[in-house]
Design a protein around this ligand. Structure first.
Ligand SMILES: NC(=O)c1ccc[n+]([C@@H]2O[C@H](COP(=O)([O-])OP(=O)(O)OC[C@H]3O[C@@H](n4cnc5c(N)ncnc54)[C@H](O)[C@@H]3O)[C@@H](O)[C@H]2O)c1
Length: 261
């Protein structure tokens, strides 16, 4: 029997990158996958490849979630994966001194509000069976400060903390709904494009990130998807409120440590 047979799974921001990889991995494990994205065309492309259902959802829209709950009132797994850095339209200032309030709010609307709305929908949709798994894609940036990406880091910290609140709330309610967070870093997806750029410095920027990663490579979206499969499956039956880092070792240590030389 496959690991996610008979499970209906909603994945947000699943038209590309990590969300698309999770969709592929879930389908390979027998799940019925609802591939959602703000960009319907990309969701449709993924859904067609995996035999899933495409659905257009802007995670920042409360009305969008209300409509989803009418279309899919009962689910087993939700992956709150959709997220933005704030650099999608180009590199604007996102440090704590120069970030605009509008840019700060735009990132929070997708990353934090989107995750809050997703969890609220999922609890309602899982309450009917009394069980389920909510997986929130946070980031290593939710655990440390990022001077050049203040809103992103703060919003991912909110995702990390809200995961634990949801986990405890569901347990208090006597529901077997688990909620856990995944904290990736340096996973090569289109999200990195504006930050790497396409100019002559692209290679230098790429090398700098690889050099800062103990495993000396970018992660692959399929490696994050493998963790999501485990959390979605019944193998993780006693895991809730947990945070799993998948970052090639970045958060395992500190740069200011004694060297052997
Ligand atoms: N790639 C990394 O290194 C990395 C590291 C840490 C955390 N993450 C997190 O993983 C998740 C996926 O990242 P990715 O690298 O695949 O990004 P990506 O930019 O490649 O893909 C993000 C997807 O989300 C969709 N999206 C954007 N705004 C949306 C909205 N309002 N509603 C619904 N969908 C929306 C986009 O259309 C896109 O398909 C994000 O939450 C991101 O913050 C990624």
């Amino acid at each position: 029997m496959k690991r996610l047979s008979h499970k209906t799974c909603v994945i947000t921001g699943a038209g590309r990158g990590i969300g698309a990889a999770i969709s592929h991995a879930f389908a390979a494990e027998g799940a019925k996958v609802i591939v959602t994205d703000i960009d319907l065309q990309s969701a449709t492309d993924v859904a067609t490849k995996i035999g899933g259902t495409a659905y257009q959802l802007d995670v920042a829209s409360e009305d969008g979630w209300a409509q989803l709950s009418r279309h899919h009132p009962q689910i087993d797994v939700l992956v709150n994966n959709a997220g933005i850095t704030g650099f999608e339209q180009g590199m604007v200032p996102h440090d704590p001194e120069h970030a605009s309030l509008a840019d700060w709010r735009a990132v929070h609307a997708v990353n934090s509000d989107g995750t809050f709305l997703g969890c609220r929908y999922a609890i309602g949709a899982m309450r009917k069976s009394g069980a389920g798994s909510i997986i929130n894609i946070s980031s290593r940036s939710g655990m440390i400060g990022i001077p050049a990406a203040a809103a992103y880091a703060a919003s991912k910290a909110a995702v990390r903390n809200h995961t634990k609140t949801v986990a405890l709330y569901c347990a208090q309610e006597g529901l077997n709904i688990r909620c856990n967070s995944i904290h990736p870093a340096a996973v090569l997806t289109p999200m990195w494009e504006p930050m790497l750029g396409d100019g002559p410095d692209r290679e230098k920027r790429t090398e700098a990130i690889v050099a800062d990663t103990p495993m000396r490579r970018f992660g692959d979206p399929s490696e994050v998807a493998a963790i999501a499969v485990m959390l979605a499956s019944d193998e993780a039956a006693y895991m809730t409120g947990a945070e799993l880092t998948i970052d090639g070792g970045i958060l395992a240590g500190s740069a200011a440590s004694p060297s052997r030389e």
